[in-house]
Design a protein around this ligand. Structure first.
Ligand SMILES: Nc1ncnc2c1ncn2[C@@H]1O[C@H](COP(=O)(O)OP(=O)(O)OP(=O)(O)O)[C@@H](O)[C@H]1O
Ligand SMILES: [Mg+2]
Length: 502
């Protein structure tokens, strides 16, 4: 394999998401990518529990890798991995087999453990060292649960990791156990200031540090493929990042103040805050965005919203007022406004900036004239309001003003929603031509390490604008609607506090 970059040169990205795995070949000449996708099984063994079969995820990776590689004009120059974050995997180093079903980020089985840790006074050290809040969302208490309740035994044979590490282990034929700082920073075991596993936190949670992966730069060589993985042997695996950080990279948000939002199942707003780790910020998560091969680390503030696109699925599957997700945009636009109806889709509580696990979904402002289109419109509007709340809190607490917002994800297909987003935020919203920014980020991280793209500037040049939404000059209307929205949020709060099921 030559090192010269030709028009046919490409980098592969493996995007192992929550619902499926997508492998995508990204070409240097910017031609249309080649991609393959497989869904995998979601297991819901008990209310509030969500599991995946790590073996099935690996099979989906092998199949999609094979399907893409078959169509390539020349072997890929490198592979990048991006993944659903926080999901915990345990496996045997000798057999290579998972020791437990993967416990998925949405899983709430460790909520009581988190309450105990909080009661024991652990929150300040978690905030200070990891930039997170003490919540079952993160991996640490999930690993601990596997050891205390899940029958996984601590021994030198034990490997613990997130989905990126599991895939890297398999791609390298069981020779490399590593991760990158963006994934490590979501475990609640990693000190984001020193960029190392924190022995105190590992002790506190009961997670054996020896079972954890080595932490290497997000852009840099992690290992090479073995011949058992569906790809040819010897391809370098040179990029790893969690899906939301990868999307920030794929959106080329390389300078302070640049931010992206992904409108997927939920929404995750990441704001580049530069190369100094900021102090914890109220209502926000602080996270590592990426570490490059030159050793520089970029940090991000993150607003995590649990339900945006999932509310579209609820209109489709729960209420059945639309047949497909794509119908919501036109239906919402068939009315001039929501007619005073507000939907707060707090199905599993509220994330940033409220962090209220006891909030529940609320519909308010219904009158005799309200119809399905108004409800659809209110669901669409709720995406823009929730993102505004997170961005407002972010700007206020950090003092870093969001200058513009780059967007991607399934629901960013809706032009009217993005216009409303611009009006609500008072900043310009930009959607790129290629909205698979999660996969793009992993490909860029890997390609940067292997010299396929020579610099961040070269990656910036690849970003192409599809559509731009400028805010209305008059903010009165947007602010009046937002004030009504905040009253609806107030009414959704603490709804489930005395729910016997909680
Ligand atoms: N045309 C559309 N208009 C509005 N919403 C849409 C449209 N297409 C998809 N969606 C919504 O977008 C969401 C899917 O977005 P996306 O594919 O970005 O998901 P994701 O969260 O990245 O998935 P994964 O976790 O598997 O990576 C779904 O919730 C769906 O309801
Ligand atoms: Mg995704």
């Amino acid at each position: 394999m030559g090192d010269e970059t030709s028009a046919d040169t490409c980098v592969l990205a493996i995007d192992a998401g929550t619902t499926g795995v997508r492998t995508r070949a990204v070409f240097v000449d910017g031609r249309a990518p080649i991609a393959s996708y497989r869904e995998f099984t979601q297991f819901f063994p008990q209310p509030g529990w969500v599991e995946h079969d790590a073996g099935e995820i690996w099979e989906a990776v092998k199949v999609t890798l094979h399907e893409v590689i078959e169509q390539l004009p020349e072997p890929p120059r490198a592979i990048g991995i991006t993944n659903q974050r926080e999901t915990a995997v345990a496996w045997s180093r000798s057999s290579g087999k998972p020791l437990h079903r993967a416990i998925v980020w949405q899983d709430r089985r460790t909520a009581a453990r988190c309450d105990t840790l909080t009661a024991d006074g652990a929150l300040p050290i978690v905030r200070e060292r990891t930039g997170l809040v003490l919540d079952p969302y993160f991996s640490g208490t999930k690993f601990a649960w596997m050891l205390t309740e899940g029958g996984v035994v601590d021994s030198p044979d034990l490997a613990l990791g997130t989905v990126d590490s599991w895939l890297l282990w398999n791609l390298t034929g069981g020779t490399v156990h590593a991760t990158d700082p963006s994934n490590a920073s979501r475990t609640m075991l990693f000190d984001i200031r020193s960029l190392a596993w924190d022995p105190d936190l590992c002790d506190l949670l009961g997670v054996p540090i020896a079972a954890l992966p080595s932490v290497l730069p997000s852009s840099g060589r992690f290992g090479i493929t073995s011949d058992v993985c569906g790809a040819p042997a010897g391809i370098p695996i040179s990029g790893i990042a969690g899906d939301q950080q990868s999307a920030l990279f794929g959106q080329a948000c390389f300078t302070v103040g640049m931010a992206k939002n992904t409108y997927g199942t939920g929404s995750f707003i990441l704001l580049n805050v530069g190369q100094t780790c900021p102090a914890p910020t109220d209502g926000m998560l602080t996270t590592v965005a990426w570490t490059l091969a030159d050793g520089t680390t970029t940090y991000a503030l993150e607003g995590a919203i649990f339900v945006t696109g999932a509310a579209v699925q609820w209109l489709r599957d729960g209420l059945q007022i639309i047949d497909s997700a794509a119908e919501i945009g036109p239906l919402a636009e068939s009315v001039g406004d929501s007619g005073g109806v507000f939907v707060v889709p707090a199905f599993t509580g509220l994330g940033s900036p409220w962090w209220d696990p006891y909030a529940r979904g609320t519909i308010i402002g219904i009158s005799r004239g309200s119809g399905r289109a108004h409800l659809a419109r209110a669901v669409v509007d709720s995406m823009a309001y929730q993102v505004r709340d997170a961005v407002d809190a972010m700007s206020k607490a950090s003092g870093t003003v969001v200058r513009d917002l780059r967007v991607d994800g399934g629901a960013s297909a809706m032009d009217a929603m993005l216009q409303m987003q611009a009006d609500q935020l008072g900043v310009t919203v930009r959607r790129p031509v290629d909205q698979e920014t999660t996969a793009l980020g992993a490909a860029f991280l890997a390609g940067l390490a292997e010299g396929v793209w020579p610099s961040l500037d070269a990656i910036t040049d690849q970003w192409q604008l599809d559509a731009e939404f400028r805010p209305a000059e008059d903010r009165l209307l947007a602010d009046a609607l937002h004030a009504q929205w905040l009253r609806a949020v107030e009414r959704s709060r603490e709804q489930a506090v005395d729910d016997p099921a909680e």
